[in-house]
Design a protein around this ligand. Structure first.
Ligand SMILES: *Cc1c(COP(=O)(O)O)cnc(C)c1O
Length: 369
């Protein structure tokens, strides 16, 4: 690679990105056994933010460890936010992102809640775009594979004392991935969590901040011990209304109508969730964003009206739910993926990978010059 400086202009924003070349490039993994988050590419993006200066020192550099002062704020008070999106290679070799502006805006909302600097939308997209241009050969091409993009920010200043920081780091790393769950598109079993809570209105449920996930692991492990792969979270106040699953939003098809939790501050506003709602409405389905109590859900299942249940998220796209249990009683058991779940999976992945026409203008092409 000869280019030493990458220099871009788009709209108002312009990151001057320094390129530091790697001495050696890694061998690419076998596309048939990528798993999820196991492999990382040759380069990463890194940029600093200093109080009084703003964002500065953007660079694309060899992927590798970075130093941490033992007093680094993020290690003590977990001021960290992240995003997750994917790049796809189309049959004719184009590179597509899916609604990156939604991730950029959500990242701003997360950072605002956590009192961290808000990266301009164009800079967020540009950082990703330039890193992917360098790493384009890492985008896998087999069906159901993609290049997962992980942007994140954290407090880097060494200081003990709970406060916002004078130094943050923004980084992007890339990981070629296959399907998120070992099961692939096979239905997963879900335990309705009645002991722990994930989020409450007024908290950080609507943000992708590391702390949310740290505190969810115990429920996840206990569910696994009971033989389930994920938990379905109920609202934190009444322990009554269904909210979401692990790292996915959740939708239920009840008597032909799709029901999902409303966005009131405790549920993560998923890009996939929003896309599914738009797709479903366009195809003429009735979609309700409303409170759904666990009692109503169990009743619908017992009356045979719960047609399908599935999770939605970037990592898995659609994850059909095969089994649902509440207080050790299985009330929904459907070993096969349902027709609406399958249709949504095929349509959305079709748009994302350029196989189907994108009527919504959701895809964003990265042009290699
Ligand atoms: C990331 C995430 C989702 C899904 O969001 P997408 O934008 O669709 O990937 C849902 N719930 C939680 C808790 C998440 O972290």
């Amino acid at each position: 690679m000869k280019k030493k400086f990458l220099f871009f202009i788009r709209g108002e924003s312009m990151l001057n990105i320094k390129f530091i070349e790697a001495k050696e490039l890694k061998e690419k993994p076998d596309q048939n056994s990528l798993g999820f988050g196991k492999y990382y590419t040759d380069y990463m993006f890194m940029m600093e933010w200093y109080k009084g200066v703003g964002f500065t020192d953007a660079k694309i550099m060899p992927y590798g460890p970075i130093p941490f002062d033992p007093a680094c704020l993020v290690l003590h008070y977990a001021q960290e936010t992240f995003e997750g999106l994917k790049a796809y290679k189309t049959k004719d070799g184009r590179i597509l992102l899916f609604r990156p502006d939604m991730n950029a805006k959500r990242f701003q909302n997360s950072n605002n809640r956590l009192c961290m600097p808000e990266l301009p939308v164009e800079d967020f997209i540009q950082a990703i775009e330039e890193l992917i241009k360098v790493e384009k050969d890492w985008i896998p091409t087999l069906p159901n594979t993609s290049l997962y993009i992980r942007p994140y920010m954290f407090a880097y200043q060494p200081k003990l004392g709970v406060h916002d920081a004078e130094h943050y780091k923004f980084m992007v790393i890339l990981s070629p991935v296959g399907t998120y769950y070992k099961e692939g598109l096979k239905p997963v079993s879900i335990y309705v969590e009645d002991k722990y809570v994930r989020a409450v209105i007024g908290g950080t449920g609507f943000t992708k901040c590391g702390g949310n996930y740290a505190s969810s692991i115990k429920a996840q492990i206990e569910a696994e011990e009971k033989g389930y792969s994920q938990v379905l979270w109920l609202d934190g106040v009444h322990r009554k209304y269904v909210e979401e699953v692990g790292t996915m939003n959740v939708m239920f098809v009840i008597d032909g109508t799709i029901v999902t939790a409303p966005l009131e501050g405790s549920v993560l506003p998923g890009v996939t969730r929003d896309s599914m709602i738009q797709l479903l409405k366009k195809k003429g389905y009735k979609v309700e964003e409303r409170h759904l109590s666990i009692d109503e859900l169990i009743k619908a299942a017992k009356e045979g009206k719960l047609n399908e249940a599935f999770g939605t998220g970037t990592a898995a796209v659609i994850s059909p739910i095969g089994k649902l249990a509440y207080k050790d009683e299985v009330f929904f058991d459907q070993p096969e993926i349902g027709p609406i779940s399958q249709m949504l999976y095929d349509t959305l992945t079709g748009i994302q990978t350029g196989r189907l026409e994108d009527e919504f203008g959701w895809t964003y092409e990265i042009k290699i010059d």
